[in-house]
Design a protein around this ligand. Structure first.
Ligand code: NAD
Length: 369
């Protein structure tokens, strides 16, 4: 049995608490002899700043580069609000994304049946929702140059951000979209603004070209991003994989997130290029939520987003989709039994803490294994 090298970066706030529950799930897999993992752990964010004066040390970066997958908790908190900009906790995450060239950000929006009432949309619109937003993460307007504010000398200033994409960037993220769609419901909807942006024209052209170039079995549609935003809250179940750029993806993935009701439920993955020899992609898995300083250290955090991020790791890094599905089934069964952490608490349900939620998910995993 191959041993998978995992590098754990719990981070700050509730990060270590929710990571503790993932560690137990990993141990469960080891104990059952289902998979073999080699674990190492490092510091990131405020925790790394306190220890080394930087948001991630070079030694931990090296370990991250050498790992088969990184499991990341959360960073930040009021304690580090005044540290120098370059050493702020988020810089650790940005360095990981940049140095590992993690260009594909996967944000699934899944509504568990038991939580369909928690969405701000009508239950029938979101019940059974399972869509995936694929956002390009390393290009576009957040990184394009020039990026500046200049004094015009007449009391006015001018701010410039540059939306820029090269064809190779669009091609490689399109390939990820089509490959992912094949493992799901085989449909990709690409969103851009080709009616007003040149980068949208090129985006549309390259996605169409890549589709012709070996992915014609996948159903491809195109939508203007503003129309897509409307459709996402009107009839979200029409989508399978939504493929979009960095800026639109940032916004659309947050919209999709709220369809599901709670931040504490949402996993994500960021993938880079595949290794030429092993085919394994550089990969970082993390919950969408932050370090939740308001509840940190109290055993109240919902560990589901973190555990579901580990399930994504099994699916996308280690080809263990069936086991990922079992974790997701265990989560759904736990919710069906009425257990809730505070963030998803509803009338008539039983409120539990982080560890009890982890206990219940492990018990359900025993039942479905
Ligand atoms: P947050 O996601 O940390 O918290 C928002 C709200 O959701 C809070 O009320 C929190 O208690 C609740 N919440 C979040 N996750 C939860 C969970 N698993 N279980 C139960 N409740 C949960 O966002 P914020 O308050 O805007 O930011 C707090 C800190 O986290 C800031 O320093 C911010 O910069 C940082 N942050 C980090 C990341 C990251 O590490 N990727 C992402 C977002 C924010």
């Amino acid at each position: 049995m191959a041993t998978h090298k995992l590098f754990l970066l719990p981070g700050d706030g509730i990060g270590p608490e929710v990571m503790g529950e993932v560690r137990r799930v990993i141990q469960w897999f080891q104990d059952k002899g289902v998979a073999s993992f080699e674990l190492d752990e490092g510091l990131v964010g405020g925790a790394a700043y306190d220890a080394h004066g930087e948001s991630i040390s070079d030694a931990d970066m090296e370990k991250a580069m050498a790992a088969d997958a990184i499991i990341f908790g959360a960073v930040g908190g009021p304690k580090w609000d005044t540290v120098p900009y370059d050493q702020r906790p988020e810089a650790g995450l940005l360095r990981l994304r940049k140095d590992l060239a993690l260009y594909a950000n996967l944000r699934p929006a899944i509504v568990y049946p038991a939580l369909a009432d928690a969405s701000s949309l009508k239950k029938e619109l979101v019940e059974g929702l399972d869509i995936l937003i694929l956002r390009e993460l390393t290009g576009g307007v957040y990184f394009g140059e020039p990026k500046e504010i200049t004094e015009l000398g007449n009391g006015q200033k001018r701010a410039v951000d540059t939306q820029v994409y090269e064809s190779y960037e669009i091609d490689r993220i399109s390939r990820v979209a089509f490959e992912l769609a094949r493992t799901r419901n085989n449909a990709v909807c690409s969103m851009e603004k080709r009616n007003v942006m040149k980068s949208g024209v090129l985006w549309n052209e390259i996605v169409t070209q890549t589709h012709k170039d070996g992915f014609e079995d996948v159903d491809l549609s195109h939508m203007l991003a503003d129309a897509g935003a409307m459709q996402l809250v009107r009839t979200p179940k029409q989508f399978d994989v939504i493929l979009t750029d960095n800026l639109f993806g940032d916004i659309l993935s947050d919209v999709a997130a709220m369809l599901t009701g709670s931040l504490g439920m949402l996993p994500s993955a960021s993938l880079g290029a595949a290794d030429e020899k092993t085919g394994l992609r550089k990969a970082l898995y993390e919950p969408v939520h932050g370090s939740a300083p308001d509840i940190a250290g109290q055993g109240l955090a919902n560990p589901i987003a973190m555990i579901a991020s580990f399930a994504m790791c099994l699916r996308y890094s280690f080809g263990m989709g069936e086991w990922a599905g079992k974790i997701e089934t265990a989560i759904a069964a736990t919710l069906d039994k009425g257990l809730r952490t505070g963030d998803i608490m509803q009338d008539g349900m039983k409120q539990v803490g982080t560890v009890e939620m982890g206990d219940a998910i492990l018990a359900e995993l025993d039942a479905v294994a």
